[in-house]
Design a binder for this molecule. Sequence first.
Ligand code: COA
Length: 189
Amino acid sequence: MIQLRDETAFDVPARESLLDACFGTSRFAKTSQRLREGRLPAQGLSLTAESQGRLVGTVRLWHVCAGADRPALLLGPLAVDPALQGEGLGGRLMRAALARSAALGHAAVLLVGDAPYYARFGFERELAGGLTMPGPFERERFLGLELATGALKGAEGVLRATGALDAAPLFAAEAAVEAGRIAARRQAA
Ligand SMILES: CC(C)(COP(=O)(O)OP(=O)(O)OC[C@H]1O[C@@H](n2cnc3c(N)ncnc32)[C@H](O)[C@@H]1OP(=O)(O)O)[C@@H](O)C(=O)NCCC(=O)NCCS
């Protein structure tokens, strides 16, 4: 039995391992990643699939502004344990994430992904047609979905990240600087 639930901090190492297995380290070079890094995902929109205590699926959504003034969510990455792919779990994660997004009042979702897969959830190229990513991206894989009718109508411009800043990397950077200072003081003593 596979259970869907909110992601917790304890899931992070297993989630990162799953993403490495599914996408490799090239995932960090993607423009979508530029919109995610240093930010927190949207509240209530980090989902984990768990089977017998093991993380087997993940999906998260992020706050962006589409063009000048269109609040939207950026979906991704979505990944399912390779051993369980093709059994419906990706679909379950997508439907749960989109239902939650709608229930939380979000009006639109954007993503960069395989159109033949995401079309089944209602994603269309046309809805992202006036928008661009803030870096290299494949236009035919840039897709949109309206949760509220007309939410992406006429949307134009570049996506930018609008999610809350994630303090963790700042703390890590500060800790690294402080460790350097301590090491320098020790050397000088
Ligand atoms: C893409 C992914 C999340 C789908 O999850 P899943 O649990 O395997 O998918 P489901 O079982 O819900 O759906 C399976 C269906 O999706 C299709 N499908 C899976 N990946 C696809 C893709 N990249 N492009 C088109 N169709 C795809 C399958 O052919 C199957 O089709 P069918 O229902 O007509 O038989 C999963 O395969 C995965 O993690 N892949 C590696 C990471 C990845 O590529 N993620 C994002 C896609 S851009």
